[in-house]
Ligand binder design. Sequence first.
Ligand code: TRP
Length: 378
Amino acid sequence: MVQTVTPWEVKGEIDYKRLITEFGTKEINPTIKDKIEELAGGSHVLLRRNFFFSHRDLNLVLRDYEEKKGFFLYTGRGPSGPMHIGHIVPLLFTKWLQEKFGVNLYIQITDDEKFLLKRERSWEKIEKDSKSNILDICALGFDPDKTFVFRNSEYIKKIYPMFLEISRRITYSTVKSVFGFVNESNVGMISFPAIQMVPTFFEKKRCLIPSAIDQDPYWRVQRDIAETIGYQKAAAIHSRFLPPLTSPQGKMSASSEESAVWLNDDEKTVKQKVMKYAFSGGRETVEEHRRRGGRPEVDVSFQWLKIIFEENDNKISSISEDYKKGKMLTGELKEILVEKINSFLGNHRKNKEKVDVDKFMYKGKLAKNMWEKEFEIS
Ligand code: TRP
């Protein structure tokens, strides 16, 4: 089976168990899941239904929390275009973690990375995407006093000293083997990994990174050097990829319109897309469906409901049962999903109108503390 998972390319059918072995991470087992839920005083659908499935040192993060040493959160977004549902799934879980554990969160916008990655991409486009992505992210409802969102191109002066500490400890041969750089890779990209590692050192506490598993290679390298700079190894909690509408496997891609639901899709568009493109586990004819039943395991509408949109455990199992028995038709299942997505997007549109982005960026409370506190160079 062909499978490619790197920060810049996700291809083929993804075998998540195999990724755990290849990346050297740990599976989220029932014990650690119970522990998070106990400390958080609640559970989150993305954890309960195993969308977050793998981790590094999560047990140590929870121990630090119990011992009152605390921890902080870090995640990010590469502004390569408008955002779709798949992009915000890990951010919604990050928001829950922030709420439940009351911790600081740093969100890095890698405008530099997206500029370096593709020569045909103009800076004007990146400016535009950065602004709209930041608005979408801030509208998700993070705590403005505990969240700092920054664009690398603007914040570089503060990042640079730590970038130097990091980059002089990483060899070309390391990034070449971890990220697959080749002779044709540009030198900006070759040093970029050090920039993505900087925020893991924003505080002296342990850093927990919630993100999709494709970003793990950065943390692997960070963990090799962190202690030599006097910091702690980053911890991570990894999600799977939200399957594209068009297939039960793989990753939703920004380059194919019909495979994704965008945050700015209107109600009619959402309905048309789901009805037309959502891969169905239903049967050829109504008659056959009634007789043999549908297959929720391959049905993308069901998967989306299960992963994030239907939080109620009783409801999701009755949908699954009805679909399997042929009592529920694909069209009915799709209706449920359309309604859930549209209610989420409706709220999101309202939040975008209200949110004050400045509160999260350089004028926010957390940012002010950071401006005062210079990074020290050894
Ligand atoms: N490189 C990521 C992307 O292309 C953005 C990013 C920066 C990020 N820092 C991160 C993602 C930390 C997850 C965690 O989207």
